[in-house]
Design a binder for this molecule. Structure first.
Ligand SMILES: NC(=O)c1ccc[n+]([C@@H]2O[C@H](COP(=O)([O-])OP(=O)(O)OC[C@H]3O[C@@H](n4cnc5c(N)ncnc54)[C@H](OP(=O)(O)O)[C@@H]3O)[C@@H](O)[C@H]2O)c1
Length: 257
């Protein structure tokens, strides 16, 4: 680790949405290893409980909160319980998301709606529910972090995945605007834009043909691991309070865009 990075996150409270698998699970693990107390949010309670038990077995702090983050009242309730249980959140990783193809001519209105509800709606609800805690934590600790997990799809053309790509463009621009608003309050805002990462994400695609097309890229591209993305998130939240890494595009070396 560079000498310019703070060595640990002791005393900081982290919230990770979509922490039951993939990138969110690894981010929760990595932040806990650096000393943060971590609240893990997702719907699958059994997975959250097992991951928290694993973290706590190392002597670190992790608390599961089973919640559907597309339910704004439920997110507000979890934010209140996180504050009561751990204290005001000083790191919020807005990660829960889904990726479904939405080719025109093969209409699946539910897939459009589901992606908007989670990738846009739940991102908003999480910012709204935890924004006040971030400002409070920044005042107490000198810095706080909002990390939004977007996708490189929000910046490039992704034919057949318009709803997904547009939802991630929303996250990218939301992050830019929020950074301008929250920076003066010492809350850093970071947008992470991964290329293809080996997680459960692709397995939720209903069409076998679409799943196979994505899987076929493995013959020419070594996909990122969720740990690779977790390392980038950990790096940014460990930087000195004066440094805000605003956007991180993290791609497999052989993925063009
Ligand atoms: N994998 C990639 O190639 C890739 C590339 C770029 C960006 N990303 C982004 O990275 C983020 C994480 O994805 P991943 O790849 O790690 O996929 P993943 O393993 O499928 O993780 C998605 C997470 O979101 C949670 N989730 C889904 N719906 C939810 C809901 N309604 N309420 C609460 N939690 C919900 C899931 O948990 P439950 O099912 O337990 O609720 C799971 O923990 C997403 O925003 C995705 O768009 C991924």
């Amino acid at each position: 680790m560079s000498a310019s990075l703070t060595s640990e996150l002791a005393g900081r409270i982290a919230v990770v949405t979509g922490a039951s698998s993939g990138i969110g699970e690894q981010v929760a693990q990595a932040l806990a290893r650096r000393g943060a107390a971590v609240a893990l949010l997702a719907r699958r309670e059994d997975r959250l409980t097992a991951i928290c038990a694993d973290i706590e077995a190392r002597g670190e702090r992790a608390v599961p909160f089973s919640v559907d983050v597309t339910d704004s009242a439920a997110v507000d309730d979890v934010a209140r319980r996180v504050r009561e249980t751990l204290g005001p959140a000083g790191i919020v990783v807005n990660n829960a998301g889904i990726m479904l193809p939405t080719p025109l001519g093969d209409p699946e209105p539910k897939d459009w709606a589901d992606q908007t509800a989670l990738n846009v709606g739940a991102v908003n609800y999480t910012v709204l529910a935890f924004g006040g805690q971030l400002v409070e934590a920044a005042a107490a600790h000198g810095v706080a972090d909002l990390v939004n997990i977007a996708s490189i799809a929000g910046k490039t053309l992704f034919p057949g995945y318009s709803a997904y790509a547009a939802s991630k463009s929303y996250v990218i621009h939301l992050g830019r605007s929020l950074r301008a608003e929250l920076g003066p309050k010492q809350v850093r805002v970071t947008t992470v834009e991964p290329g293809i990462v080996d997680t459960e994400l692709q397995s939720h695609i209903p069409s076998e043909e679409s799943r196979e097309r994505l899987a076929g890229t493995r013959t020419r591209i070594e996909w990122l691991t969720p740990e690779d993305v977790a390392d980038a998130v950990t790096y940014t939240v460990c930087l000195p309070p004066r440094v805000n890494l605003a956007e991180i595009a993290i791609l497999p070396t052989r993925q063009p865009a």
